[in-house]
Design a protein. Structure first.
Length: 265
């Protein structure tokens, strides 16, 4: 079995200390093969906030795949935004903005959808689409094929349509043909699972995460994270996506929803 812990929008600088500790406790308990951080790791891309994020990652002591979010680029420091927008990010998390993780059970491909010229909107280029498609086609049999980006590609509620990734339809068409299973994202602090296409047998699935540990929760949606399992069951491979919410009374995360996602193989 392969297990992936999906965290997003941690917004270090606005984190709740008790929730951070609960995330670490859960990670120790589940011992996932990979932790995904799908952007907005910090609140304002400040060095101290990235230091806190780096410390959190070190305490996880697990493989981590992280991509930037729009909050990981300086907003008020216009010189840094123009001349070295990812300077603090790279200093804390390493020079690679589009990492790839691979083992026998999973191929996870990171995509940087942030653009320093945009305040919050995400965009993807034809070059990025082609790179991801090529890498997806190189996946080995039995691997769960995942793309990780910050900005969402499908909306569950109408108010989020304006937040969708620019270039998403070209990307999803190409990645579907290349065999993507899951597209993981964040940005809007709303967890949900949706089919990638409207087909009766979806080519893949959209998996959005909420804000994992920030006080910047959305409405009544608490801090949450995702747990993805990919396992061999009854002669076939089965993928489950679970949403886990933080319960303040218990000071812990617990599962509240589990979705069986059928994959076209």
């Amino acid at each position: 079995m392969t297990r992936i812990l999906h965290l997003s929008d941690t917004h270090f600088g606005t984190e709740r200390k008790a929730v951070v500790e609960a995330v670490l406790d859960l990670a120790r308990s589940l011992a996932p093969d990979l932790v995904v951080l799908s952007g907005d790791i910090t609140q304002r891309a400040r060095r101290g906030q990235f230091t806190a994020a780096r410390r959190f990652i070190e305490r996880l002591s697990l493989p981590v795949l992280a991509v930037p979010g729009n909050h990981d680029i300086p907003l008020f420091n216009v010189f840094a935004r123009a001349l070295n927008p990812y300077g603090n990010y790279k200093r804390a998390l390493g020079p690679i903005l589009e990492p790839v993780f691979e083992n026998d059970g999973v191929l996870a491909i990171g995509v940087n959808t942030t653009r320093p010229r945009r305040r919050k909107d995400g965009e993807i280029s034809d070059t990025q689409i082609a790179r991801v498609s090529q890498r997806l086609r190189q996946a080995r049999p039995g691997q769960l094929r995942i793309v990780v980006a910050h900005h969402p590609v499908r909306a569950k509620v109408e108010s989020d349509l304006s937040n969708l990734l620019i270039g998403r339809e070209r990307a999803l068409a190409a990645w579907s043909q290349a065999g993507v299973d899951l597209v993981l994202g964040g940005h809007i602090h709303l967890p949900y699972v949706l089919p990638l296409t409207a087909a009766s047998a979806p080519a893949g699935w959209i998996v959005q995460a909420g804000t994992t540990c920030s006080h910047r929760v959305r409405g009544s949606v608490p801090n949450s994270l995702g747990v993805i399992t990919w396992a061999q069951e009854d002669g076939g491979q089965v993928c489950h996506v679970e949403r886990w919410d933080y319960a303040a009374g218990a000071h812990a995360f617990s599962p509240v929803d589990k979705t069986l996602v059928t994959l076209s193989r």
